[in-house]
Design a protein around this ligand. Structure first.
Ligand code: GLU
Ligand code: ZN
Length: 502
């Protein structure tokens, strides 16, 4: 491996850059896949080029009913926009591979006719047997080229037996070298890249065919994708070459393989890992810009001493050559910290607006929001802004203000710790003191509670205010207490303190 090449574009004018994001619609996007989408998006936007969204849904077994809609919704939520693809169309439509089967059948036939691919009649059992023999003899175990040059007679014989061929690509006999934009020069020896299947015996085209074919037809100039796909790159490079000899596309795009994302230990982050699916982040109320900022850090950084940045800043600074090829560790704590930084940086009115759908989902706000609740939300939002990692946490803290009195409940664990014995006495004393307060504002509330609980009863602030907090907010973690009481209002505060004292 050598230095990454300095030349990203070659002779391609920046605005002619074309990259693609080709997810398979198999359910909620995986964060690793979102990272690939983000890097392609930033690359396209940086150069003023084109991002193509292509839906790779020819592997029917893996697709889900709602897959495509879920991919599009996810990208909308993230704010990753595309220039060609579903919803927007474009000169190479359709962009959904299951609608392009005629194209693949035609190109497969042309590859076959040109001799770039051939029919392979080997049965599974024959392939297995020869592989085992090769392994036993210490040779490589891939396809052995058995059907590369069958005679017409042999073909006729197989067909008479009723065998149906797969279409296999004829790999060149020379090594394949390319210059990866992240990893530098890479060479694959021919014996490590055997002839591979493009089309099943049923006529069903595989990823190995349709992905490069569409890259060629859609004039993709750069392919940025995960390192897990590196082993398919030499096969694809050979196929782009064969296609261009048929007048399809203009040879191989440039490649940049993004580092593998690892979870706990050194294992690749998998779909089953906690924190691997985008849906979880939407659900918890991450901000799209916070999550994207963190995902950008899985291989890239804006500067040594800086972790928090906007997407505009990323677009301006993005350089694929500065992506680190080493495995990137997924760290949920760091992801939360980055999100919290973005949450703190929002104008309070913006934060309030983003909280609305989450409060509605929790049944705490009506749709549309009524005016009184809206005023309450605007007043309360600054109190949780510094204390929340996610919108979900903010909603948990704000819930006590919006819940109807008859549905207000204490967190059982908090109540059993804070509102038994002495806690009840504190609640009663607070009720009595606050009943006497004239103006219901933060300063008067604080003065009254301090006078009775700290000065009068000699309690430490923690023991004094903890029970009050649980009584009025239902939880041990809340916005600042005296402000909370002011916002909640005299009537509701006293009602809750009274109930807690019983
Ligand atoms: N549909 C493939 C995937 O989601 C695309 C891989 C590629 O970028 O070439 O894994
Ligand atoms: Zn064969």
């Amino acid at each position: 491996m050598t230095e990454a090449p300095t030349d990203v574009l070659g002779a391609i004018p920046p605005d002619q850059v074309r990259v693609r994001f080709p997810p398979s619609p198999t359910g909620s996007l995986h964060v690793g896949s979102v990272r690939s989408g983000l890097f392609n998006w930033a690359f396209a936007r940086h150069f003023g080029g084109t991002l193509v969204l292509r839906i790779e849904d020819t592997d029917e077994a893996r697709n889900t009913e709602t897959g495509v809609a879920s991919v599009l919704d996810s990208l909308h939520w993230l704010g990753i926009d595309w220039d060609e693809g579903p919803e927007v169309g474009g000169p190479f439509a359709p962009y959904v591979q299951s609608q392009r089967l005629d194209i693949y059948a035609d190109i497969a036939a042309r590859l076959h006719d040109a001799g770039a691919a051939y029919g392979c009649y080997c049965s599974r059992a024959e392939l297995d047997e020869r592989r085992d023999a090769a392994l036993a003899a210490g040779r490589t175990s891939g396809y052995d080229g058995h059907c590369r040059s069958l005679t017409d007679e042999q073909v006729a014989g197989y067909q008479a037996e009723g065998r149906k061929p797969v279409l296999r690509f004829r790999m060149p006999d020379d090594p394949i070298t390319f210059s990866d934009l992240v990893r530098g020069d890479i060479t694959f020896q021919a014996e490590h890249v055997p002839d591979y299947v493009l089309v099943r015996a049923t006529g069903h085209p595989l990823y190995t065919l349709v992905n490069p074919v569409d890259d060629a037809l859609m004039q993709i100039t750069h392919v940025l994708r995960g390192e897990d796909l590196l082993s398919s790159t030499p096969r694809q490079i050979a196929l782009y070459g064969a296609l261009s000899r048929l007048g399809i596309g203009s040879g191989s795009p440039r490649f940049g393989h993004l580092p593998v994302v690892v979870g706990e230990g050194t294992r690749k982050l998998s779909k089953r890992d906690k924190g691997s699916g985008l849906a979880e982040y939407i659900d918890r109320g991450f901000l799209p810009e916070g999550l994207l900022n963190y995902l950008a850090l899985l291989g890239w950084g804006i500067a040594e001493d800086r972790d928090v940045f906007t997407m505009d800043e990323m677009v301006a600074a993005f350089d694929i050559r500065r992506v680190n090829p080493n495995p990137a560790r997924f760290d949920l704590k760091k992801c939360e910290a980055i999100n919290a930084a973005h949450l703190r940086a929002l104008p309070a009115a913006d934060l309030a607006a983003r909280l609305v759908p989450y409060l509605q989902r929790a049944g705490l706000l009506a749709d549309p929001v009524d005016a009184e609740d809206e005023a309450m939300l605007i007043a309360a939002t600054p109190l949780v802004q510094e204390r929340s990692t996610t919108l979900g946490e903010a909603v948990d803290m704000l819930g006590f203000l919006f819940v109807p009195e008859e549905k207000f409940r204490l967190d059982p664990d908090a109540a059993s710790k804070m509102l038994t014995g002495d806690g009840k006495t504190v609640a009663q004393a607070s009720y009595d003191a606050l009943s006497q307060v004239d103006g219901w504002d933060t300063a008067s509330i604080e003065a009254a509670l301090r006078a009775v609980l700290v000065d009068g009863m000699g309690l430490k602030p923690r023991n004094a205010f903890g029970p009050v907090r649980v009584a009025v907010t239902g939880r041990r973690i809340s916005p600042p207490l005296f402000e909370s009481l002011e916002l909640l209002g005299r009537e509701r505060s006293l009602k809750r303190l009274g109930a807690a004292a019983l």
